[in-house]
Each structure stands twice: as C-alpha cells, then as structure tokens.
Design a protein around this ligand. Structure first.
Ligand code: PLP
Length: 418
C-alpha cells in the first residue's frame, strides 16, 4: 500500500493522461499488457537504452519493447536508414521494391530458410504460417502448448485459449512433456505443431532439447509441419534458437527487431510448403497486407541485421545476458525470487516455495503481490520492467546499469525478507 501511495504521488502526469485516455480508449489502453493498476506510466520518449516518462523520470529500459527494441530507441544507423528512406524512397509504393528481396535473402541466409514472406507482426506471421500449412497438408488440427503465446489472438494460458480463432482446431499439450506430446502429435489428422523454443511471454521457460527434437521427429513421422515460433527467440543466437538447439523446422516465424524496430513479421522455411504462396501456382493461397513490404521496415530491418546484429554481436550479447542472469541468480538464491531465461532474454518470478525448477506454466505459482511491489520499487530505482517480470536487454545498455540492477534486486530482497 505504501508503495502504491508513493507511485501515485510520483506520477501525477501519468495519472492525468490515463484519466483523459479512458474517454476514448477502453481502459485508457490499446495494449492490454501495458495496463497496470492504479494506472500505467505514460512514456514521453526513448533514447538509446533509456526511456523518459511524462513526470520527468528517467529509466533504464528493460522492457525493450518486448524484445523488438533490441537496437535501442535511437540507434544512429537505424535513424539514418529511416531518414534516408523517407527522403529518397518515400513511404509505401504499392509495388514490389528491390529492398524487399534484399531483406528476404539476408533473412533466408541467416536463418536457413528456402523462402520467406513478410507481414506486419508476429501474430500475422503465425496466422499466415498456420493457413499455409493447413493448405499444404489438407489437415486442420494444430498442436500447441499451454503457456504458449503466438500473438494477439493466439494465447494459450493455463491450457485454455484466450480468445477467438476457431477453438476446435487446437490440441493443447503440456510444455516439455515429451511422451504426452508424442501421443498428441502422432495422429492422422494433425496439420502442424506450433511451439516456442522458449516460452517467452509465459515466463521465459526453456524447452528442453529432447522435447523440441521429439516434436520435430513426431511431426515428420505423420507428415505434419513443425512450426517454430522464433518471434522472440530469434535473437538468442546468430541463427536463432534453432541454430543453438540443432532444429530444422519446416516453417519458422519471426517478428520484433527484424524490422529494425518497426511493425514487422515474417514466416518462411521449406520451399515446397512456401510454394502455396506462389501466385503462379494453381490453387495458390492469397497472402495480402498493405504494409507487408513497407519501405521503412524493409530498409531499417536490413540495416539492423546486416550492419548491427552481426553473428559475433549476437553471440557476445547473449553471453552478457547469461552472465547477468547468473549474477541475478546469485542474489536471488534461497529467496522467494527466481530468474529464468536464456541469453539476453530473462524473466523473474516470485513464489513462496521458491521456483527452483520451472518446466511448464503449470509449475508457476506466482505471488502477484510481491511481483507488483517489485515492479513499483524497481521503477523508483529507475528501471523500466514489465509488470509480468520479463527483462529484455537492449544492445547498448551499459554494464554499470546491469550491475546496478543486480544491486537493487539484492536490496529489494533484503527489505522484503519475511
Ligand atoms: N510469438 C511470440 C513468441 C511472441 O513473443 C509474440 C509477441 O510477443 C508474438 C508471437 C506476437 O508478435 P506481435 O506482437 O508482433 O504480433
């Protein structure tokens, strides 16, 4: 209660913005995730690894736009690319552009795809991938896993689909349950398996290598397509999580930073499956979207992947993330707080019994009171994190801020020991 009171007193401008916003936006909000009681913080601007709110506070940004802001908020090369594109190309030309094929080639080479298509979000990428594999296989059922998140209308919390999209097509399994998944997949009528190699929104829960390989093998066995959702995990290594885990998905979906920080999605993989999108083939599937090949995302995405997020940078950055998690685990050891994740993508959890081993969403028994307190007190220390506790590092975040975060976490745990 005291923390909530301090929060209200520190943020009058955000409170006012929220009040005004509720007049036209349901709950003053247009992304449910960004709402938190009593009102969400209203940000004014971002620069490099920092964000600045309407009340004049400065934060080190660990939300990182839910992994899309890998390059930070004002990377000089991204800015230059965007300004150049506006000045020399224009906004959107209603036509195929050369940059589109260039970005496609780069993404195919980096992530071992034969063919790729672009769209506007990770959600769309998954919806198109699913439409494509249903068309290709002539089957409808899709195996997914509880705790999985594949986009706005594709959330599978606690084994129940959140909203929309023809419920009966889904077969929902338990994450990391090798034998269970095998049984669900090895059926005649399964079109695809859709899975994250690490459940990101679900709390950075790692998929075991055995589990992921089994999904791939079982899918192959029955002619179903293995779709790996790398919207979040593609930044864990030079060629994504599939490179690290030795997977060769039939289709992979992407989004986030691969558009340079702008709205972006992509799906691609096997040439025979992606051929369903070739308008020259009979019975092809339409894939449209006014902004699919928009000039800004095509150019900024290409510059980001070719000039900033080079393979050695990806390796180094994730090593820094691993070291950061190890330091956090050291201070949280034997406390109510635990840290899960991989590379520079991590999540914090609170539980009375100490969540030492989390292999699926069902293992998480979150203490939301403590988590909310953490969210508010970290803000007072100048750290912007998601309320749900995910921590997505931005490339240029200085080591001193990572160290300061670890220090503040230690102090938080000391203050709330009982
Ligand atoms: N898939 C995964 C694994 C994600 O983490 C997300 C977003 O966080 C999505 C899909 C949806 O992407 P978008 O928000 O761009 O629609």
């Amino acid at each position: 209660e005291a923390a909530k009171q301090r929060f209200v007193e520190r943020n009058p401008a955000s409170a006012k913005f929220f009040e005004d916003a509720t007049e036209y936006l349901p709950g003053g909000n247009t992304r449910t995730l960004l709402y938190s009681a009593p009102f969400p913080i209203c940000m004014k601007k971002g620069e490099n690894y920092q964000v600045f709110d309407e009340d004049g506070h400065t934060y080190t940004d660990f939300v990182g736009e839910l992994t899309a802001a890998l390059y930070g908020h004002s990377h000089p090369l991204i800015k230059e690319s965007l300004i150049n594109t506006i000045n020399t190309v224009g906004l959107n030309l209603g036509a195929t552009i050369a940059q589109e094929a260039k970005h496609a080639k780069l993404i195919c080479e980096r992530f071992n795809l034969s063919k790729v298509r672009f769209c506007n979000s990770g959600t769309e990428a998954n919806l198109h991938a699913l439409a494509g594999v249903r068309h290709f296989t002539g089957k409808r059922k899709v195996v997914v896993f509880s705790g999985g998140y594949h986009g706005a209308v594709l959330g599978f919390w606690d084994g129940v689909q959140e909203n929309g999209v023809d419920k009966h097509e889904w077969v929902i399994g338990k994450y990391n349950d090798v034998e269970g998944a095998k049984k669900l997949i090895e059926q005649d009528d399964i079109a695809a398996v859709l899975v994250e190699g690490m459940q990101g929104a679900g709390g950075c829960i790692l998929g075991t290598n055995e589990f992921l390989l089994q999904l791939q093998e079982s899918a192959r066995k029955v002619g179903a397509c293995f779709i790996l959702d790398e919207v979040m995990t593609s930044r864990l290594g030079p060629s994504g999580l599939q490179g690290i885990e030795g997977l060769s998905p039939d289709i992979t979906t992407f989004g986030k930073y691969l558009g340079g920080g702008l709205a972006f999605g992509a799906f691609g993989g096997r040439a025979d499956i992606m051929a369903v999108y070739d308008p020259r083939s009979p019975n092809s599937l339409a894939h449209s979207g006014t902004f699919n090949n928009n000039t800004l995302a095509m150019n900024a995405g290409f510059v980001g992947l070719s000039e900033i997020w080079k393979p050695d940078v990806a390796v180094e950055f994730n090593k820094i993330g691993d070291a950061f998690r190890a330091s956090l685990q050291e201070v949280t050891n034997s406390t109510k707080m635990s840290v899960t994740g991989r590379g520079a993508l991590n999540a914090i959890h609170f539980s009375d019994n100490g969540l030492t081993k989390i292999s699926c969403r069902e293992d998480i028994d979150e203490d939301w009171g403590l988590k909310d307190l953490f969210y508010m007190e970290m803000m007072e220390d100048g750290f912007w994190i998601t309320r749900r506790g995910s921590i997505a590092m931005i490339l240029d975040t200085p080591q001193s801020e990572l160290d300061r975060f670890v220090d503040c976490v230690g102090k938080f745990l000391e203050r709330h020991k009982s």
